[in-house]
Design a protein. Structure first.
Length: 128
């Protein structure tokens, strides 16, 4: 195993948190758990998460954002253990698209849905 790069630990932590937040969104969208039971009120108020997940902004190309999130966070996490030098530009391009999409979703939350979802904003911040 080669020398660990400075960015690997922060990427593992960020992708791990993103993965957990995404699992939470899956659990509430499938109604396996209720918002208020697992997340304190100051984080997710008035079942905002479940309402946001029911909007058109919760899907990309007809597939739920949480599926894309799980896939992306797993790839980022896994990439920290691999030599991705051959596909580094592709990986960078996809990551920038994710960042741009996160800005779009954050804008939609604030200005289209008038919603403050701290978990959503945390995910967007992790993507950035």
């Amino acid at each position: 195993m080669g020398k660990m790069m400075v960015y690997e630990i922060p990427l593992r932590i960020a992708s791990g948190f993103g993965f957990l937040i995404t699992l939470y969104f899956i659990a509430i969208s499938r109604r396996w758990i209720k918002d208020e039971k697992w997340i304190p009120g100051f984080v997710c108020q008035d079942n905002a998460c479940i309402h946001i997940l029911a909007t058109k902004f919760a899907k990309f190309m007809g597939i739920s954002n949480f599926f894309w999130g799980l896939l992306y966070y797993a790839i980022v996490f896994g990439a920290t253990f691999l030599d991705i030098s051959r596909i580094q530009l592709l990986f960078l391009a996809v990551s920038w698209l994710v960042v741009l999409y996160s800005f779009y979703l954050a804008h939609a939350l604030l200005f289209r849905l008038n919603a403050i979802c701290r978990l959503c904003f945390t995910s967007h911040l992790l993507n950035i």
